[in-house]
Design a protein around this ligand. Structure first.
Ligand code: ZN
Length: 168
């Protein structure tokens, strides 16, 4: 197992780490400090005052609200979607590609799916407009709740860190 400096992890998050080191980091077992170094690098890259509990995607985090200590799902622009156990997609701006014209914006002619069978649902941040996720379900399918992470077990048993305070 190798260990890495905070500077190397910062560069990994920024996308400026050299490829050889990046490849070694990705392919080798993770050192025990990695998650807290990763959080430190992410926290330094955002402008909101809330403490990052768990990164969810490139622009989305579960955070401990600086004001209320509640755990919330937020965008990296600071937009608050909802409590961390709720499905954030239900609080997003949603664009549904459900006809040939809309599909032609992302596919060459005759290459897109038949929208009677499959549509695209695009989920955008209502404040900054970043695209957070795309689903490709059948038209009648309910909005998918991707996952509900077991953060307590992750902190206590996987990364062995104290669980951040959580107001209900
Ligand atoms: Zn946003």
């Amino acid at each position: 197992m190798s260990t890495y400096t905070q500077e190397q992890v910062n560069n990994m998050v920024a996308g400026t780490l050299d490829w050889d080191t990046t490849f070694r980091m990705l392919s080798m077992p993770k050192d025990s400090e990695r998650f807290s170094q990763y959080l430190t690098a992410l926290q330094a890259s955002v402008s909101f005052p809330d403490k990052i509990v768990l990164p969810l995607s490139p622009h989305m985090y579960i955070v401990q609200s600086a004001k209320s200590k509640k755990w919330l799902t937020i965008c990296d622009c600071g937009h608050e979607f909802c409590g961390y156990k709720e499905n954030w997609k239900l609080f997003a701006n949603i664009y549904v590609r459900d006809n040939a014209e809309a599909m032609a914006e992302v596919y060459p002619k005759f290459m897109h799916p038949d929208t009677n069978w499959q549509v695209y649902r695009e989920y955008y941040c209502p404040s900054c407009g970043v695209l957070h996720d795309v689903e490709a379900p059948t038209p009648w399918y309910p909005v998918i709740h991707d996952f509900e992470p077991d953060i307590e077990t992750f902190y206590k048993e996987w990364v062995c860190l104290p669980l951040p305070e959580k107001a209900e």
